[in-house]
Write a protein that binds this ligand. Structure first.
Ligand SMILES: C[S@@+](CC[C@H](N)C(=O)[O-])C[C@H]1O[C@@H](n2cnc3c(N)ncnc32)[C@H](O)[C@@H]1O
Length: 234
């Protein structure tokens, strides 16, 4: 029996097939450029060392790979993994100047890598698309070396009630922007739906702990609009 939710996979494929061309520009427009700061915060907390091997799951067009390699001054390796070939193709073009990146077409739930392979596993705005979060986090644990680190940036639950109301109002404008820029509102309805349905900070922390990780913690950024979870395989 497989625990992979095929209809969620189909939906995510359809969504990213229709947005891949305008993915980067839409990120900048939707977040008013703030996603760049959030990703920078991820790298700061990750604090990678030279020669680390990162697996960047749901890599999309490779933003995290680039920031990581900049941080380690190109002395490290990245394995970018994403099930969407169009997102990967975009990434290959965007990061064509970097030669220590390998790209793999795969979902997070079952990875084509041996146990204990990577020093760090990152996932940025990808985990809420996984068809089976628990299965994917267990895979993350399996492919990390002992002493390896899991780090995840994702939309989360806003702490302040007033801000939450404003944020929810703002979210309703995103599909309109999508219609205007990409020509289709539906992928952005899906985006908002997956944000609303995703776990709160503490529930997600518990899932990571239950997958075998230790020292699990999180930091809220922008009042919990996004959170970074960090955990260790010991
Ligand atoms: C919002 S994008 C994030 C891209 C990039 N990490 C970033 O922060 O800009 C989400 C990515 O998740 C990928 N994805 C969808 N389903 C997935 C799955 N089951 N396993 C891994 N990645 C998945 C999509 O193809 C897409 O590239």
């Amino acid at each position: 029996m497989t625990n992979i939710n095929q209809s969620k996979i189909k939906k995510a494929t359809k969504v990213f097939n229709s947005v891949f061309n305008k993915y980067d520009i839409m990120n900048d427009l939707m977040s008013l450029g703030i996603h760049r700061l959030w990703k920078q915060r991820l790298i700061e907390w990750m604090n990678p060392r030279k020669n680390d091997h990162l697996i960047d799951m749901a890599s999309g067009t490779g933003d995290i790979a680039r920031l990581f390699l900049k941080r380690v001054k190109n002395q490290g390796k990245v394995t970018c993994v994403d099930p969407n070939k169009f997102m990967i193709e975009k990434g290959k073009i965007k990061l064509g100047d970097l030669n220590n990146i390998r790209w793999h077409l795969s979902g997070a739930e079952k990875l084509p890598f041996k146990d204990n392979t990577f020093d760090i596993y990152s996932v940025s705005f990808g985990v809420r698309n996984f068809s089976n979060t628990k299965m994917a986090i267990k895979e993350a644990h399996r492919v990390l070396k002992r002493g390896g680190r899991f780090i995840c940036l994702e939309f989360s639950k806003v702490e302040n009630e007033m801000l939450d109301k404003l944020y929810k109002k703002y979210s309703k404008t995103i599909p309109i922007l999508g219609k205007y820029i990409v020509g289709d509102a539906e992928p952005y309805d899906y985006l908002i739906k997956t944000i609303n349905e995703f776990y709160d900070q503490n529930t997600f922390k518990k899932i990571i702990e239950d997958s075998g990780f230790s020292n699990v913690g999180y930091r809220n950024i922008s009042n919990g609009i996004v959170a970074i979870h960090s955990a260790w395989k010991i």
